[in-house]
Design a protein around this ligand. Structure first.
Ligand SMILES: N[C@@H](CCC(=O)N[C@@H](CS)C(=O)NCC(=O)O)C(=O)O
Length: 215
């Protein structure tokens, strides 16, 4: 298998966590989407040009982080089971995965883009922050009851959530939300996330030193 990704893309981090949790072997293919040459080259292979993208052992191209994780969970019996077999539990995991992507990851991305463009639109920024805080508060309540997001076991929903919280803590006072704060500390001791964080740190250091463009 080959994974086309970028270490600073949160959707890529979500899939990396899953691959490490499953102890799945893959060839890492880092793609710099901000570089027109690499972007065009990548688009020849995958016209929608989004990361992450998995090339399976049979050569099939799979986009969409949640679909990739579903595939590797089905394909590898090793490591953590990321989608519960029990249907009601599985539905919960799927639901929270969708909520996190749509109502946390995407608005965080819009805020980042506004910052990058130095766009002055306090009203829009406040609306996005409000939307994010609404979901964070719901997640905080859920984490009061559960060890991982959807229960005792680590799942797809945690793969989606951890990279978002890791980013959101730079803008939101997550330390004031006790269950989320506890969850992040707990995530920081999880092997798969430690491995992903190492790659984030190396890439961030390279970006700061001017070696690589920001994706
Ligand atoms: N729903 C997709 C979102 C993927 C996505 O938006 N990836 C971003 C990087 S984090 C990207 O490739 N953006 C480049 C573009 O939109 O041109 C998933 O879950 O994988």
């Amino acid at each position: 298998m080959e994974l086309f990704y970028h270490p600073l893309s949160r959707y890529s981090q979500k899939v990396l966590i899953a691959l490490y949790e499953k102890q799945a072997n893959f060839y890492p293919r880092v793609i710099e989407l901000s570089d027109p040459f690499f972007r065009n080259e990548f688009k020849q292979q995958y016209p929608l040009g989004k990361l992450p993208l998995l090339k399976t052992r049979t050569g099939e191209l799979l986009p969409e982080s949640s679909i990739i994780i579903d595939y590797i969970d089905h394909e590898f019996s090793t490591g953590t089971r990321l989608l519960p077999q029990d249907y009601p539990q599985r539905l919960q995991v799927r639901l929270y995965d969708r909520l996190i992507d749509n109502d946390l990851n995407n608005p965080l991305y819009l805020l980042e883009q506004m910052d990058a463009r130095e766009e002055e639109n306090p009203l829009k920024a406040r609306q996005l922050e409000k939307e994010i805080m609404l979901l964070l508060s719901e997640l905080n309540d859920k984490l009061r009851e559960n060890h991982w997001l959807c229960g005792d076991a680590f799942t797809l929903a945690d793969c989606a959530l951890i990279p978002c919280l890791n980013h959101a803590r730079n803008r939101f006072k997550l330390y004031q939300l006790d269950p989320i704060d506890r969850y992040l500390n707990q995530a920081n001791t999880r092997g798969a996330w430690i491995q992903v964080q190492e790659e984030i740190e190396l890439t961030s250091a390279a970006v700061q030193a001017g070696f690589r463009p920001i994706p």
